[in-house]
Design a protein around this ligand. Structure first.
Ligand SMILES: [Zn+2]
Ligand SMILES: [Zn+2]
Length: 138
């Protein structure tokens, strides 16, 4: 059962001493089964809570996807368009064939030909990711 402090179930209950909680809707005091109480006694609030929880989860997924694309995107900085599906590496000028938006070839190129650049960029990406994660937790 999801009863962590951040769970939307806390919109409907307040914490009392001795690990008891009180339903904000009807005042019933209980020690557990909050979600069950909500579902049985206040079905509309239960639906609302479920919707909130799903929305929160969904937002989390979107955030996660954005993070991943940010991580992939540093390679763009090192690409110069050189024609149809062709991109040139700005460091050494070699031209790579890449479908639009797919920078994995360039990433591979940088990794093998310019390992220092690859290393520092991956570290920045990792650090940024770590920082944003830490921020989200507090
Ligand atoms: Zn109640
Ligand atoms: Zn290069």
């Amino acid at each position: 059962m999801e009863t962590g402090k951040r769970s939307p179930v806390w919109n409907y209950f307040e914490e009392l001493r001795y690990k008891s909680v009180r339903c904000k809707l009807c005042g019933t005091v209980m020690k557990k089964n909050m979600i069950r109480h909500l579902r049985i006694k206040h079905p509309s609030s239960f639906d609302e809570m479920e919707a909130t929880r799903k929305a929160t989860t969904f937002a989390g997924v979107i955030k996660e996807q954005n993070k991943q694309s940010e991580r992939r995107c540093w390679t763009k900085k090192y690409c110069r368009r050189a024609g149809d599906m062709m991109f040139a590496c700005v460091i050494c000028g070699v031209v790579l064939r890449m479908p639009d938006g797919l920078f994995s070839n360039m990433k591979r190129h940088i990794k093998s030909k310019h390992p220092d650049v690859y290393k520092s960029e991956s570290e920045i990406a990792k650090k940024t990711l770590l920082e944003s994660l830490t921020k989200e937790c507090y």
